[in-house]
Design a protein around this ligand. Structure first.
Ligand SMILES: NC(=O)c1ccc[n+]([C@@H]2O[C@H](COP(=O)([O-])OP(=O)(O)OC[C@H]3O[C@@H](n4cnc5c(N)ncnc54)[C@H](OP(=O)(O)O)[C@@H]3O)[C@@H](O)[C@H]2O)c1
Length: 285
Protein backbone atom coordinates (compact mmCIF):
# COMPACT_ATOMS: atom_id res chain seq x y z
CA UNK A 1 0.00 0.00 0.00
CA UNK A 2 1.39 3.44 -0.87
CA UNK A 3 1.41 5.89 2.00
CA UNK A 4 -1.56 8.15 2.64
CA UNK A 5 -1.62 11.75 3.83
CA UNK A 6 -3.09 11.67 7.33
CA UNK A 7 -3.69 14.63 9.64
CA UNK A 8 -3.44 14.02 13.40
CA UNK A 9 -5.25 16.69 15.42
CA UNK A 10 -3.46 17.08 17.74
CA UNK A 11 -0.08 15.66 18.74
CA UNK A 12 -0.63 15.35 22.50
CA UNK A 13 0.94 12.58 24.59
CA UNK A 14 -1.31 10.00 22.92
CA UNK A 15 -1.73 11.73 19.55
CA UNK A 16 1.99 11.79 18.83
CA UNK A 17 2.21 8.01 19.32
CA UNK A 18 -0.72 7.56 16.91
CA UNK A 19 1.22 9.74 14.47
CA UNK A 20 4.42 7.73 14.98
CA UNK A 21 2.66 4.41 14.32
CA UNK A 22 1.22 5.85 11.09
CA UNK A 23 4.72 6.99 10.06
CA UNK A 24 6.14 3.58 10.95
CA UNK A 25 3.43 2.13 8.69
CA UNK A 26 4.61 4.23 5.74
CA UNK A 27 2.20 7.21 5.80
CA UNK A 28 2.86 10.94 5.70
CA UNK A 29 1.52 12.57 8.84
CA UNK A 30 0.63 16.23 9.25
CA UNK A 31 -0.45 18.44 12.14
CA UNK A 32 -1.67 22.02 12.68
CA UNK A 33 0.43 24.39 14.74
CA UNK A 34 -2.15 27.18 15.22
CA UNK A 35 -3.11 27.58 18.86
CA UNK A 36 -0.89 24.76 20.13
CA UNK A 37 1.56 24.91 23.02
CA UNK A 38 5.32 24.59 22.99
CA UNK A 39 4.90 20.98 24.25
CA UNK A 40 2.76 20.03 21.25
CA UNK A 41 5.21 21.77 18.90
CA UNK A 42 8.11 19.80 20.40
CA UNK A 43 6.21 16.50 20.17
CA UNK A 44 5.30 17.26 16.53
CA UNK A 45 8.91 17.46 15.41
CA UNK A 46 9.26 15.22 12.34
CA UNK A 47 5.60 15.65 11.31
CA UNK A 48 4.58 17.82 8.37
CA UNK A 49 3.47 21.16 9.76
CA UNK A 50 0.41 23.13 8.59
CA UNK A 51 -0.59 26.54 9.86
CA UNK A 52 -4.37 26.07 9.76
CA UNK A 53 -7.10 23.45 9.65
CA UNK A 54 -8.05 24.81 6.22
CA UNK A 55 -4.56 24.08 4.96
CA UNK A 56 -4.36 20.51 6.31
CA UNK A 57 -7.89 19.74 5.07
CA UNK A 58 -6.73 20.44 1.52
CA UNK A 59 -3.80 18.00 1.90
CA UNK A 60 -5.13 15.12 3.97
CA UNK A 61 -6.78 11.94 2.68
CA UNK A 62 -7.85 11.28 6.26
CA UNK A 63 -7.97 13.14 9.57
CA UNK A 64 -7.74 11.58 13.03
CA UNK A 65 -9.14 13.60 15.93
CA UNK A 66 -7.27 12.92 19.17
CA UNK A 67 -7.75 15.66 21.71
CA UNK A 68 -9.42 16.26 25.09
CA UNK A 69 -13.01 14.95 24.89
CA UNK A 70 -14.49 18.42 25.44
CA UNK A 71 -12.67 19.59 22.29
CA UNK A 72 -13.93 16.83 20.00
CA UNK A 73 -17.17 18.42 18.75
CA UNK A 74 -15.69 21.92 18.21
CA UNK A 75 -12.76 20.34 16.34
CA UNK A 76 -15.12 18.31 14.12
CA UNK A 77 -17.08 21.51 13.39
CA UNK A 78 -13.86 23.33 12.46
CA UNK A 79 -12.87 20.54 10.06
CA UNK A 80 -16.40 20.39 8.59
CA UNK A 81 -16.34 24.18 8.03
CA UNK A 82 -13.39 23.78 5.63
CA UNK A 83 -15.49 21.66 3.25
CA UNK A 84 -13.26 18.62 3.96
CA UNK A 85 -14.61 15.44 2.35
CA UNK A 86 -12.07 12.72 3.33
CA UNK A 87 -12.39 10.09 6.07
CA UNK A 88 -12.66 11.41 9.63
CA UNK A 89 -11.72 9.19 12.54
CA UNK A 90 -12.65 10.37 16.02
CA UNK A 91 -10.49 8.44 18.51
CA UNK A 92 -11.60 10.34 21.61
CA UNK A 93 -13.31 9.14 24.78
CA UNK A 94 -16.86 10.10 23.76
CA UNK A 95 -20.35 8.88 24.56
CA UNK A 96 -21.84 7.01 21.60
CA UNK A 97 -24.44 9.80 21.29
CA UNK A 98 -21.66 12.42 20.92
CA UNK A 99 -19.89 10.25 18.36
CA UNK A 100 -23.16 9.94 16.40
CA UNK A 101 -23.50 13.74 16.48
CA UNK A 102 -20.05 14.06 14.89
CA UNK A 103 -20.95 11.37 12.32
CA UNK A 104 -24.04 13.34 11.38
CA UNK A 105 -22.00 16.52 11.01
CA UNK A 106 -19.31 15.00 8.80
CA UNK A 107 -21.50 12.52 6.95
CA UNK A 108 -21.94 9.01 8.30
CA UNK A 109 -20.28 7.54 5.18
CA UNK A 110 -17.00 9.31 5.87
CA UNK A 111 -16.95 8.79 9.63
CA UNK A 112 -15.11 6.18 11.68
CA UNK A 113 -15.67 5.85 15.41
CA UNK A 114 -12.65 5.06 17.60
CA UNK A 115 -11.58 4.65 21.21
CA UNK A 116 -8.09 4.08 22.62
CA UNK A 117 -7.32 1.85 25.60
CA UNK A 118 -3.85 1.84 27.16
CA UNK A 119 -1.08 4.38 27.76
CA UNK A 120 0.57 6.41 24.96
CA UNK A 121 1.77 3.75 22.53
CA UNK A 122 5.52 3.75 22.95
CA UNK A 123 5.99 -0.01 23.33
CA UNK A 124 4.14 -2.62 21.23
CA UNK A 125 1.53 -4.64 23.10
CA UNK A 126 0.41 -1.87 25.46
CA UNK A 127 -2.22 0.10 23.59
CA UNK A 128 -5.17 -0.59 21.32
CA UNK A 129 -7.17 1.67 19.01
CA UNK A 130 -10.63 0.13 18.67
CA UNK A 131 -12.55 1.12 15.54
CA UNK A 132 -16.13 0.70 14.44
CA UNK A 133 -18.26 1.58 11.42
CA UNK A 134 -18.20 0.77 7.75
CA UNK A 135 -14.58 1.87 7.15
CA UNK A 136 -13.17 0.39 10.37
CA UNK A 137 -11.37 -2.57 8.70
CA UNK A 138 -9.78 -0.22 6.11
CA UNK A 139 -8.64 2.20 8.82
CA UNK A 140 -7.18 -0.61 10.95
CA UNK A 141 -5.02 -1.56 7.94
CA UNK A 142 -3.34 1.89 8.07
CA UNK A 143 -1.67 0.74 11.32
CA UNK A 144 0.31 -2.14 9.79
CA UNK A 145 3.52 -1.50 11.78
CA UNK A 146 4.55 0.40 14.91
CA UNK A 147 3.50 0.31 18.53
CA UNK A 148 -0.24 1.07 18.37
CA UNK A 149 -2.43 -1.91 17.56
CA UNK A 150 -5.65 -1.13 15.65
CA UNK A 151 -8.64 -3.44 16.02
CA UNK A 152 -11.81 -3.20 13.92
CA UNK A 153 -14.73 -4.37 16.04
CA UNK A 154 -17.09 -6.79 14.32
CA UNK A 155 -20.46 -5.41 13.30
CA UNK A 156 -22.64 -6.47 16.17
CA UNK A 157 -26.00 -6.07 14.47
CA UNK A 158 -27.20 -3.74 17.24
CA UNK A 159 -28.37 -0.20 16.33
CA UNK A 160 -25.23 1.36 17.86
CA UNK A 161 -22.78 -1.01 16.11
CA UNK A 162 -21.25 1.91 14.19
CA UNK A 163 -20.16 3.50 17.47
CA UNK A 164 -19.26 0.29 19.32
CA UNK A 165 -15.68 1.54 19.81
CA UNK A 166 -17.01 4.48 21.83
CA UNK A 167 -19.31 2.17 23.81
CA UNK A 168 -16.32 -0.03 24.66
CA UNK A 169 -14.13 2.93 25.69
CA UNK A 170 -16.94 4.32 27.89
CA UNK A 171 -17.44 0.99 29.68
CA UNK A 172 -13.69 0.53 30.20
CA UNK A 173 -13.02 4.04 31.50
CA UNK A 174 -16.22 4.05 33.59
CA UNK A 175 -14.47 1.53 35.81
CA UNK A 176 -10.79 2.56 35.53
CA UNK A 177 -11.20 6.33 35.94
CA UNK A 178 -14.40 6.04 37.99
CA UNK A 179 -12.67 3.79 40.52
CA UNK A 180 -9.68 6.17 40.66
CA UNK A 181 -11.97 9.13 41.45
CA UNK A 182 -13.75 7.08 44.13
CA UNK A 183 -10.50 6.02 45.79
CA UNK A 184 -9.08 9.57 45.88
CA UNK A 185 -12.35 10.99 47.21
CA UNK A 186 -12.42 8.32 49.98
CA UNK A 187 -9.02 9.60 51.14
CA UNK A 188 -10.37 13.17 51.13
CA UNK A 189 -13.47 12.11 53.04
CA UNK A 190 -11.36 10.44 55.71
CA UNK A 191 -9.12 13.53 55.89
CA UNK A 192 -12.19 15.77 56.33
CA UNK A 193 -13.30 13.56 59.22
CA UNK A 194 -9.84 13.60 60.80
CA UNK A 195 -9.46 9.82 60.35
CA UNK A 196 -7.18 9.46 57.30
CA UNK A 197 -4.35 8.04 59.41
CA UNK A 198 -6.75 5.64 61.13
CA UNK A 199 -8.19 4.58 57.76
CA UNK A 200 -4.70 3.85 56.43
CA UNK A 201 -3.92 1.78 59.52
CA UNK A 202 -7.15 -0.16 59.04
CA UNK A 203 -6.34 -0.67 55.34
CA UNK A 204 -2.87 -1.97 56.31
CA UNK A 205 -4.68 -4.74 58.21
CA UNK A 206 -7.70 -5.49 56.04
CA UNK A 207 -7.03 -4.13 52.49
CA UNK A 208 -3.26 -3.78 52.24
CA UNK A 209 -3.20 -2.77 48.58
CA UNK A 210 -5.44 0.29 48.97
CA UNK A 211 -2.89 2.71 50.42
CA UNK A 212 -0.32 1.87 47.75
CA UNK A 213 -3.04 2.14 45.13
CA UNK A 214 -4.11 5.54 46.52
CA UNK A 215 -0.56 6.91 46.22
CA UNK A 216 -0.15 5.46 42.73
CA UNK A 217 -3.54 6.83 41.61
CA UNK A 218 -2.73 10.30 42.95
CA UNK A 219 0.53 10.38 40.98
CA UNK A 220 -1.01 8.95 37.79
CA UNK A 221 -4.10 11.18 37.66
CA UNK A 222 -3.02 14.53 39.12
CA UNK A 223 -1.64 16.07 35.90
CA UNK A 224 -4.39 14.65 33.65
CA UNK A 225 -7.46 15.20 35.87
CA UNK A 226 -8.45 18.39 33.95
CA UNK A 227 -8.87 16.22 30.83
CA UNK A 228 -10.85 13.54 32.69
CA UNK A 229 -13.67 15.97 33.54
CA UNK A 230 -15.08 15.86 30.00
CA UNK A 231 -14.57 12.10 29.81
CA UNK A 232 -16.57 11.55 33.03
CA UNK A 233 -19.39 13.72 31.67
CA UNK A 234 -19.41 11.65 28.45
CA UNK A 235 -19.65 8.47 30.54
CA UNK A 236 -22.46 9.98 32.60
CA UNK A 237 -24.32 10.79 29.37
CA UNK A 238 -23.79 7.20 28.23
CA UNK A 239 -25.26 5.84 31.51
CA UNK A 240 -28.22 8.18 31.15
CA UNK A 241 -28.92 7.13 27.53
CA UNK A 242 -28.74 3.49 28.64
CA UNK A 243 -31.39 4.15 31.30
CA UNK A 244 -28.88 3.63 34.12
CA UNK A 245 -28.20 5.95 37.09
CA UNK A 246 -25.71 8.53 35.81
CA UNK A 247 -24.74 10.46 38.96
CA UNK A 248 -21.69 8.36 39.85
CA UNK A 249 -19.69 9.76 36.93
CA UNK A 250 -21.13 13.27 37.31
CA UNK A 251 -19.59 13.15 40.79
CA UNK A 252 -16.36 11.74 39.34
CA UNK A 253 -16.28 14.74 36.95
CA UNK A 254 -16.63 17.09 39.96
CA UNK A 255 -13.82 15.26 41.77
CA UNK A 256 -11.48 15.64 38.78
CA UNK A 257 -12.57 19.28 38.40
CA UNK A 258 -11.31 19.90 41.95
CA UNK A 259 -7.94 18.51 40.83
CA UNK A 260 -7.75 20.53 37.61
CA UNK A 261 -5.33 23.12 39.05
CA UNK A 262 -2.72 20.31 39.17
CA UNK A 263 -2.48 20.40 35.33
CA UNK A 264 1.09 20.70 34.06
CA UNK A 265 2.59 20.01 37.52
CA UNK A 266 4.82 16.97 38.10
CA UNK A 267 3.00 13.88 39.46
CA UNK A 268 1.60 14.81 42.89
CA UNK A 269 1.52 12.74 46.07
CA UNK A 270 -1.67 11.68 47.85
CA UNK A 271 -1.44 14.51 50.37
CA UNK A 272 -1.41 17.18 47.64
CA UNK A 273 -4.31 15.57 45.83
CA UNK A 274 -6.35 15.33 49.04
CA UNK A 275 -5.57 19.02 49.67
CA UNK A 276 -6.76 19.87 46.14
CA UNK A 277 -9.96 17.87 46.64
CA UNK A 278 -10.65 19.69 49.88
CA UNK A 279 -9.60 22.93 48.15
CA UNK A 280 -7.03 23.53 50.88
CA UNK A 281 -3.50 24.69 50.48
CA UNK A 282 -1.00 22.27 51.97
CA UNK A 283 -0.10 24.69 54.78
CA UNK A 284 -3.72 24.88 56.07
CA UNK A 285 -4.91 22.69 58.90
N1 LIG B 1 -2.88 9.79 27.47
C1 LIG B 1 -3.44 8.61 27.67
O1 LIG B 1 -2.93 7.78 28.45
C2 LIG B 1 -4.70 8.22 26.91
C3 LIG B 1 -5.16 6.91 27.03
C4 LIG B 1 -6.29 6.53 26.32
C5 LIG B 1 -6.96 7.45 25.53
N2 LIG B 1 -6.50 8.72 25.44
C6 LIG B 1 -7.28 9.68 24.63
O2 LIG B 1 -6.46 10.48 23.81
C7 LIG B 1 -7.01 11.78 23.70
C8 LIG B 1 -5.91 12.81 23.91
O3 LIG B 1 -5.11 12.43 25.00
P1 LIG B 1 -3.62 12.92 25.12
O4 LIG B 1 -2.97 12.06 26.13
O5 LIG B 1 -2.95 13.06 23.78
O6 LIG B 1 -3.86 14.39 25.76
P2 LIG B 1 -2.83 15.56 25.93
O7 LIG B 1 -1.45 15.08 26.09
O8 LIG B 1 -3.41 16.47 26.94
O9 LIG B 1 -2.87 16.30 24.50
C9 LIG B 1 -4.02 16.83 23.96
C10 LIG B 1 -3.70 17.47 22.62
O10 LIG B 1 -4.89 18.17 22.19
C11 LIG B 1 -4.64 19.58 22.21
N3 LIG B 1 -5.76 20.27 22.83
C12 LIG B 1 -5.84 20.81 24.10
N4 LIG B 1 -7.05 21.35 24.29
C13 LIG B 1 -7.73 21.18 23.12
C14 LIG B 1 -9.03 21.53 22.69
N5 LIG B 1 -9.89 22.16 23.51
N6 LIG B 1 -9.41 21.20 21.43
C15 LIG B 1 -8.55 20.55 20.61
N7 LIG B 1 -7.31 20.19 20.96
C16 LIG B 1 -6.91 20.50 22.20
C17 LIG B 1 -3.37 19.77 23.00
O11 LIG B 1 -2.72 20.91 22.53
P3 LIG B 1 -1.96 21.97 23.47
O12 LIG B 1 -1.70 21.30 24.78
O13 LIG B 1 -0.75 22.26 22.69
O14 LIG B 1 -2.91 23.10 23.58
C18 LIG B 1 -2.59 18.51 22.72
O15 LIG B 1 -1.90 18.59 21.51
C19 LIG B 1 -8.17 11.87 24.69
O16 LIG B 1 -9.42 11.79 24.00
C20 LIG B 1 -7.99 10.65 25.57
O17 LIG B 1 -9.20 10.11 26.02
C21 LIG B 1 -5.37 9.14 26.11
Amino acid sequence: MSGMNIGVLHPGAMGVTVAQTLKDSGHQVGWVSAGRSLESRQRAEGLRSFTSIDEIAGWADAIISICPPHGAVPLARAVHATGYTGLYVDANALAPSTSLKIAELLGAGAYVDGGIIGPPAIKPGTTRLYLSGHHAPAVSAWFSAGALEAIALPKTGVPNGNVAASSLKMAYAAYSKGASALLLSVNALAEAGGVREALHQEWAISSPDLLKRSEYTAAMTSGKAWRFVGEMLEISENYSSAGLPDSFHTAAAAIYEHMSDLKDLPPQNLESVVAALLKRSQGDT
